[in-house]
Design a protein around this ligand. Structure first.
Ligand SMILES: Cc1cc2nc3c(=O)[nH]c(=O)nc-3n(C[C@H](O)[C@H](O)[C@H](O)COP(=O)(O)OP(=O)(O)OC[C@H]3O[C@@H](n4cnc5c(N)ncnc54)[C@H](O)[C@@H]3O)c2cc1C
Length: 386
């Protein structure tokens, strides 16, 4: 595969990278290479997607095949937020129907298979390492390394896409930097349904519960698995030793709704920790490259918007790339602007949501979010216009 000049190389075969490759293919751009560092065997996070995602699957030509996958329907969410009561928000009146709780690994493998089925070159187990750009020739040379073998190779292209998720490894090589507005940490445990006294009513729902030091959520996944996750600041997690299963389980048991609903009979074998920042890449695009998905902007998991944003980003990025390859860079600059504007909208929604919780005004977690919401939006606006 070495040696040929690609129109586009995409670093990262997650939802954003695969959606970009498929959307480019729909526009007739087929000299595309996707480079994925993993072999899709390690646990991934991010499973709830809203009903509106159906429209994006349709636009990508994936709706019928996605429907045949075995993902769990999500009919709505219960939440205890701003009040001790458990409110219920269902999707019954959404014209697009229900959402889904994905088996995240099989979803990412499915997206990668759909890319390959279209005849698009796809390297997995190969990591982006370094790049060097020949601006006169308008060629970018990409150095790649086998994740296991350490074997090196080089590929060249005219346009390069960073879809490497929160690491934004390619964009950072070019000199772009994240402006981080918030740095949540999530500690998650996976259970099998048999290990829990789960209330059947919760089976097709997401459950969200605010507590003094952060918030919890749980979701029922395919294969009768259940995820429960606690989101807070790293110093609070450290102080309460919440990376240790016994402390994490004790904190879960102390919640008003989630603990009694799950009541795990035993500790999870291990806990997984993920950073969940709210951050905007500055800039998210420039001549010859763009970032998409989490590499361009990361949203708080409370929004359940990450995968939706990744798929939509791929659909928006493809025409901007196609135009750039034809010599018109205006759509690329529009794309760059739209990533920033969407981020500002997201910050406003997020601030509104966190402001609704007023029960623990003196607790460090909530004080920090209430104080910061105004400042965040001002800073983000600057990032877009820089
Ligand atoms: C705790 C938590 C809970 C979340 N919950 C939800 C949720 O309920 N719903 C939702 O929609 N979103 C959720 N998200 C967000 C969601 O997971 C992300 O927004 C989504 O995965 C972004 O997709 P992506 O393709 O941009 O990035 P990723 O999914 O991160 O994919 C990036 C890909 O690039 C590859 N890669 C990285 N570096 C390199 C390299 N150097 N070379 C080659 N390949 C590389 C990675 O292996 C990966 O496959 C959650 C996130 C967190 C942290």
């Amino acid at each position: 595969m070495s040696g040929s000049l690609y129109d586009v190389i995409i670093i990262g075969g997650g939802p954003a990278g695969c959606a970009t490759a498929i959307a480019l293919h729909q526009l007739g751009i087929t000299k595309v290479l996707v480079v994925e560092g993993s072999d899709y065997s390690r646990e991934r996070i991010g499973e709830s997607i809203p009903p509106d995602t159906r429209g994006l699957f349709s636009r990508l030509g994936l709706w019928q095949v996605f429907e045949q996958q075995n993902h769990q329907r999500c009919l709505g969410s219960y939440s205890s937020w701003g009040s001790d009561d458990l409110g219920f928000n269902d999707f019954l009146f959404n014209p697009r129907g229900h959402g889904w709780h994905l088996d995240r690994l099989s979803f990412d493998r499915f997206m990668a298979d759909e890319v390959r089925l279209r005849g698009i070159d796809f390297l997995s187990g190969v990591r982006f390492h370094q790049l060097n750009r020949d601006r006169q020739q308008q060629v970018t040379n990409i150095a790649l390394t086998g994740s296991q073998s350490g074997e090196k190779q080089q590929q060249s292209c005219r346009f390069v896409v960073d879809a490497s998720g929160r690491s934004a490894s390619l964009a950072r090589c070019i000199g772009a930097r994240f402006k981080t507005q918030d740095n949540l940490l999530c500690v998650a445990g996976f259970f099998h349904r048999q290990e829990l006294a789960t209330d059947l009513a919760l089976q097709h729902m997401t459950l969200l519960e605010a507590v003094e030091h952060g918030w919890w959520y749980s979701a029922h996944l395919p294969g009768d698995r259940i995820i429960a996750a606690f989101a807070s600041d790293s110093e609070i997690i450290l102080q309460h030793r919440l990376k240790q299963p016994e402390h994490w389980c004790r904190a879960l048991a102390q919640t008003r709704h989630l603990g009694p609903a799950l009541s795990p009979a035993k500790l999870p074998l291990s806990l997984h920790t993920w950073v969940a920042p709210s951050a905007l890449l500055n800039p998210p695009a420039a001549e010859g490259w763009l970032a998409v998905g989490d590499a361009a902007s990361c949203y708080d998991p409370i929004s359940s918007q990450g995968i939706y944003k990744a798929l939509l980003g791929g659909l928006n990025a493809a025409p901007a790339i196609a135009a750039w390859l034809q010599g018109d860079s205006r759509p690329l600059m529009d794309y760059r602007q739209s990533v920033g504007e969407a981020f500002i909208n997201y910050l406003a929604q997020r601030a509104y949501f966190y402001q609704r919780e007023q029960r623990w005004m003196q607790a460090a977690f909530w004080r920090k979010r209430h104080l910061a919401s105004g400042i965040y939006q001002g800073e983000a606006a600057t990032a877009v216009h820089e």
